[in-house]
Ligand binder design. Structure first.
Ligand SMILES: C[S@@+](CC[C@H](N)C(=O)[O-])C[C@H]1O[C@@H](n2cnc3c(N)ncnc32)[C@H](O)[C@@H]1O
Length: 403
């Protein structure tokens, strides 16, 4: 029988009984997909791993805490047999054969009537690979196909995402964009990119892709956002797949919602892809955790683009000065001297550690350390320039021991 290739099929298990015998590692690995398929899962096992136990606790599966008994497969459409007890496996497998229930056996692929393929899912496509009796090879082929579809290196006829995708590109290192963001970029006809973010990825785009530098859209300073919105709308209306590539996360000081609103008003569909914000990742890249047990129980992300005494400021610096946790300031290089003074004036100790991290996660990243008393002067003396993230608080002094 084993000389014939297996016949691949997609089982539609929603609402149908699947019996799993044995609650160990095999069940732990297989159960999430069965639950995702909507199967009515009955687990029969005297014990289970903590993860499987949690699935029973939350009602995702029903668990009978006992050994296998004849008749357990009654009403089942599909069975997974995965106990360490060979005799119980043989008995359950024999019951499956009698009842014509397709049955996977973890201990004996030859004795099984079904095999589990190596599977992966990418944007609604299920990839399932069987390669006879070589699960490692199946997993390797699955990984290659899934990875290729994800990053766009394996192209297949597909419907492109229509309209505009607002993609958070992460802090700058091209490896720190999300898988979804990278795929959308690979499918784009037009990319409108900010100055910040993973600029290196733009070099990888094929020549037919039109790359527009958002900073160079020719309009006056205050018209710039409107001009970007218009460019997004115009290209989307022309039927192009448009990616608006932004630094960090689109919704963290990124004006993402303004663009989404403008697109919605123009009736253009828009997908928003979150990104890794510089507010957390840039401190991390410089070795600073924004929270640390026993040191900081909160972190607050603040824009420092206007000074503390500027009437346009929406930030309550007096209240921020009373917090003991971490303050992360974006767009604060110009005003950091004034900000530090305001924090000290309102009660934050002047020896509070501060780190300024310029061009985080890129090849030119650098970190300058100071205190609230000295940071204004240090930033000037070291000629720190934007983009930089400023971290204020005791976490700055938390170091990993030298390896
Ligand atoms: C307009 S805000 C956009 C923030 C972005 N949406 C995010 O989530 O990271 C720009 C500011 O983010 C910070 N920033 C972004 N990328 C950075 C990087 N690679 N290194 C240091 N700071 C960065 C700087 O404070 C910069 O002035």
């Amino acid at each position: 029988m084993a000389e014939h290739p297996a016949y691949p099929v997609g089982l539609r298990l929603a609402g149908r009984r699947v019996v799993v015998i044995g609650g160990g590692q095999v069940a732990q690995r297989r159960l999430p997909a069965l639950i995702a398929a909507g199967a009515d899962v009955l687990l029969v096992s005297p014990s289970a791993t903590p993860s499987v136990d949690a699935m029973a606790e939350t009602g995702e599966i029903r668990w009978e805490r006992r050994r296998y008994e004849d008749g357990d497969l009654a009403g089942a459409w599909y069975a997974l047999i995965a106990t360490r007890d060979r005799e119980a496996n043989d008995l359950a497998s024999a019951e499956a054969e009698r009842n014509r229930v397709w049955c996977v056996r973890a201990d004996d692929a030859e004795a099984a009537t079904a095999w589990t393929p190596a599977t992966g899912r990418v944007e609604g496509v299920t990839v399932a690979v069987l390669s006879g009796n070589d699960p490692r090879r199946s997993a390797a082929v699955r990984d290659a196909v899934v990875e290729g579809l994800r990053d766009g290196s394996l192209t297949a006829a597909r419907t492109r995402t229509p309209g505009v995708s607002l993609v958070g590109g992460g802090p700058g290192d091209p490896d720190l964009i999300t898988v979804r963001g990278r795929r959308l970029l690979a499918e784009a006809d037009v990319v409108i990119a900010d100055r910040l973010g993973p600029r290196d990825l733009l070099d990888e785009l094929p020549p037919h892709v039109e790359v527009i530098d958002a900073a160079k859209i020719p309009y006056g300073r205050f018209m710039a956002q409107e001009a970007i919105n218009n460019a997004l709308i115009e290209h989307a209306k022309a039927g192009k797949a448009v990616v608006r590539l932004k630094g960090g996360d689109p919704y963290v000081f990124g004006r993402g919602m303004e663009e989404l609103q403008a697109l919605a008003e123009a009736g253009i569909p828009c997908t928003v892809v979150p990104g890794i914000s510089s507010s957390i990742s840039v401190p991390g890249a410089a070795g600073i955790p924004v929270t640390h047990r026993g040191v900081a129980h909160e972190f607050t992300v603040v824009s420092g683009h206007v000074g503390p005494d500027d009437p346009r400021s929406l930030v309550d610096w007096a209240s921020l000065a009373k917090l003991t946790g971490t303050l992360v300031i974006l767009m604060g290089v110009d005003k950091i001297g004034l900000i530090a003074e305001a924090l000290v004036r309102h009660g934050r100790p002047s020896d509070t550690p501060v780190a300024v991290v310029q061009e985080g996660t890129t090849a030119t990243q650098r970190r300058v350390d100071a205190t609230l008393a000295t940071v204004g002067e240090r930033v000037r003396a070291e000629e720190i320039r934007p983009p930089a993230v400023i971290v204020i608080g005791a976490v700055v002094a938390v170091n990993a021991p030298k390896a």
